[in-house]
Every structure is written in C-alpha cells, then in structure tokens.
Design a protein. Structure first.
Length: 207
C-alpha cells in the first residue's frame, strides 16, 4: 500500500465512522480533564494569553447570542448574595448561582460547581430569531440550513441566502463571519461588486 492509497483509506474510514470516533474522543478528553485538571487548565490559560483578541471576540459573540442569560447573570450577581453552602449537597467551596428561568433573574439557587453542572438547564424564554452571517465578511446572508442538505453530497456545507441579490448558495461555514468588516477599510481592497448596502452596524449588548 503506497502513501496516497493509505491516505485515501484513512480519509474514507474517518468519514465513514466520524460520529463514533468523535464520541470516543470526547470521552477520552472528559476523562483526561478529570484525571489531570491542572494540565488542561494550563493549556487553556496559555491559549487565552496567546490569543487575547480572538478570545475576546468569541466572548463578545457569545454575549450577543445570549443577551437574556447575560442580563440575568448580572442582575443576580448585583442583588442576590450567595448563601454559605450549597443547597443540595452542603458543600462550601466553588459556589455559583443557578437560574431556573432567565426571565426571572432574581430567582436563583446557590449550588456548588458539581451540582450546578448536573442540574437541568435554565429556560430561555426569548423567541427564536433568524440567524444572519456575512459571506466573506461583506455580504449579509440568512442561514437556511446547517449541513446535511438534501440532494447535496457534501454534508458539511451550509445553505444561505444573500439579502442583496436573493441568491441561494451552499458554502463552507468558514467563509461566513459573525460581524462585517469595519467601515474604514481601504478602497483598493473592496470587492468589485461591493456596495454600502451590504453592511450594517455592529450589534451592541443592551442591558
């Protein structure tokens, strides 16, 4: 078996058994985090230190996608003090606030980290909103399907609709940006078919 044949075999095996392999990998990673927490914490802190801007952008995107959670967390931290022990197991270390419903930010339980992770997720009463992305950072698009598109051999593609032309496209998610590029870019770097109508203002968090 030559090198190219071996690569093709491994690639085919991976995509045939992808879900099973990813499930095994998640189990190994979870077990490793339990057995060696300090090593994983060190990796995480090192990555954050070396990718400060990227980590900040990820957190801002999460805030914009979970505004109700952010508001509930801030109000609970301001107005509801933590109790001295976990209300389930009685532990006194690593205490956190747990919401049952994010629309009621002051109704919380004091739980330890282990009980908090094991508790059911809180209800988010915000209605589902259409998701938008920017194709290549320029053109605003509406997401229609996230992978597994019917009559499409590549299951990793996303189906989107460009708002400026109404055209439906199947693209890789790596070509989609959460926010548009800033307005102050150089003219010689604009796409040939660019127009100001394809950009809008960057959303801000409203508390």
């Amino acid at each position: 078996m030559n090198l190219e044949t071996e690569k093709a075999y491994k690639r085919n095996y991976y995509w045939t058994h992808r879900d099973e392999l990813l499930a095994k990998q998640r189990i190994r990673q979870r077990q490793s985090r339990i057995e060696e927490p300090e090593r994983h914490r060190g990796y995480h802190d090192k990555w954050k230190a070396n990718h400060f801007e990227q980590n900040t952008e990820i957190y801002r995107n999460w805030q914009n996608a979970n505004r109700q959670k952010v508001r509930a967390k801030i109000m609970a931290e301001r107005y509801v003090p933590l109790k001295s022990a976990c209300e389930k197991c009685g532990a006194t270390e690593k205490l956190e606030r747990h919401h049952f419903d994010y629309s009621k930010p002051l109704e919380v339980l004091t739980l330890c980290k282990r009980c908090h992770e094991a508790s059911p997720k809180a209800i988010c009463s915000e209605p589902d909103k259409p998701e938008f992305r920017y194709l290549m950072g320029w053109y605003k698009c509406l997401i229609i399907e996230r992978g597994n598109i019917a009559n499409c051999s590549n299951k990793r593609l996303w189906r989107i609709r460009r708002l400026d032309t109404g055209e439906t496209l199947d693209v890789y998610p790596a070509k989609l940006a959460v926010f548009p590029y800033p307005h102050g870019f150089r003219k010689d770097r604009r796409p040939k078919d660019w127009s100001p109508l394809c950009l809008d203002d960057k959303p801000k968090i409203k508390m």
